[in-house]
Design a protein around this ligand. Sequence first.
Ligand SMILES: [Zn+2]
Length: 120
Amino acid sequence: MGTISKILGVVLTAGGALILTYGMDPNAGSLSFILFIVGLVVMSVGFSLLTAGRKKKEVKPTLPTVTEIRCNGCDFKEIRDYEKGDYILKPLEANCPKCSGKMTIEGVYVVREEPEKDRF
Ligand SMILES: [Zn+2]
């Protein structure tokens, strides 16, 4: 999907630049102004497509997220990697390894790569 929009962005930017060049030709007459505007619009659309594709790539590497699980029956606590669909207070199907009681997600945290987390 990203590749298609990128190719489209390159094509539109190049096409817009070409139209712009035609628009700047003094022999084109009254049409040159329209071509100039059209070229600018097409170019800006192409550019925005290119930058949008770039932005998406930057967002992709998500921060490591962990899920904190707590047993309802005892003081058992576990922290595991976040899984899709995890949310706070979600009842889990898995039972507590200590007392076989029901477990609930108590928190979902984003792990920040800071030296501060060493204090835990
Ligand atoms: Zn338990």
